[in-house]
Design a protein around this ligand. Structure first.
Ligand code: ZN
Length: 315
């Protein structure tokens, strides 16, 4: 394989220093699909970096086809200060695609990344979701592309989930995420969510590496077959979606379930307690499903998230 490192110039900071995106291109021994791998679109989500290091070590001894392009620090500014969004703003880069080449600095970043994504055959956008089991999100799409993405999501070895229902999906702007924008433009894309809360989660990183390798095998970029992720709870079932469970009461969260656990409608997920322990609310599962994410802050404001469940998409 042939490896090339480059930096894409974006603009300058007030002190004159340069803002640029590191881009890594790995060319295989033969032609094949073009895969774009992006990491840290949210600057504080960094587990995927370790997945990338594992992947590059692996590719050195593998026979790869096609081309892998990696933009590992999409929100390069937020990364430097360990923040999700863009410094000195409330902007979220993953709600700003396809961007604007003549716009503000963050709009120019998303425009440059979009120009790479628009030439790719497949996009994998790697995030972290705090206290979670690793899962992969399928964005709304036409049936043909959706079925293909579900096949690839299933082949990744992570829990494949359809994204939120359309009302919530639109309201929180997921159509302007990198994967959402790609899919709307006919480019298959998946959002990978790995465990990781500010730092690097070691098992999550390993799962991320195996998932990318499995996707590359599925896309015929590697000829290696499927590797199972057996060290973290994954639910390899088709036809599930992610469902947010919120609490009305505010307070500290006292969980009665674990990540990966199967739960049944009406089952207690958590108690919301006041700081002195008084039970303010019992939060129960609205449907049968599996616990894929908990609130890593262990505290909730009014209407805040308590858990994400994987539930049957038709329910
Ligand atoms: Zn993210």
């Amino acid at each position: 394989m042939e490896l090339e490192k480059d930096r894409l110039f974006i603009g300058r900071r007030p002190d004159g220093s340069e803002v640029s995106l590191p881009v890594l291109t790995v060319r295989g021994s033969q032609g094949g699909p073009k895969l774009l791998l992006t990491i840290s679109v949210h600057g504080d989500e960094i587990t995927g970096h370790r997945s990338l290091w594992y992947l590059l070590d692996h590719l050195r001894g593998a026979d790869m086809k096609g081309q892998l392009t990696v933009v590992s620090l999409v929100n390069v500014e937020g990364f430097n200060y360990s923040i999700r969004g863009f410094p000195y703003s409330t902007l979220d880069l993953n709600r700003m695609f396809p961007g604007d080449e003549g716009g503000s600095l963050p709009e120019r970043i998303t425009a440059r990344v979009w120009s790479l994504a628009s030439k790719a055959d497949f996009v994998l956008d790697v995030h972290t979701a705090g206290l979670c089991t690793p899962f992969v999100l399928i964005h709304p799409a036409e049936p043909l592309i959706r079925d293909f993405m579900e096949d690839v999501a299933h082949a990744s070895g992570l829990t494949p989930l359809y994204n939120y229902d359309p009302e919530l999906y639109d309201r929180i702007g997921l159509g302007k995420s990198l994967s959402g924008t790609a899919v709307r433009n006919g480019i298959p894309a998946l959002t990978v969510e790995l465990p990781g809360f500010v730092g690097i989660d070691e098992l999550g990183a390993r799962a991320g590496f195996i998932a990318v390798k499995n996707v590359m095998s599925k896309l015929d970029m590697l000829d290696e077959g499927y590797e199972e992720i057996d060290f973290l709870p994954v639910i390899r079932r088709r036809g599930m979606k992610r469902l947010k469970v919120s609490a009305e009461a505010a307070g500290l969260l006292d969980y009665t379930v674990k990540l990966g656990e199967e739960v049944f409608e009406g089952q207690l997920l958590a108690r919301v307690r006041s700081p002195l322990g008084e039970v303010l609310e019992e939060v129960r599962a609205p449907r049968d499903g599996f616990v894929v994410q908990l609130n890593g802050f262990y505290r909730t404001f009014t209407g805040g998230k308590v858990a994400t469940l994987a539930v049957a998409a038709g329910s």
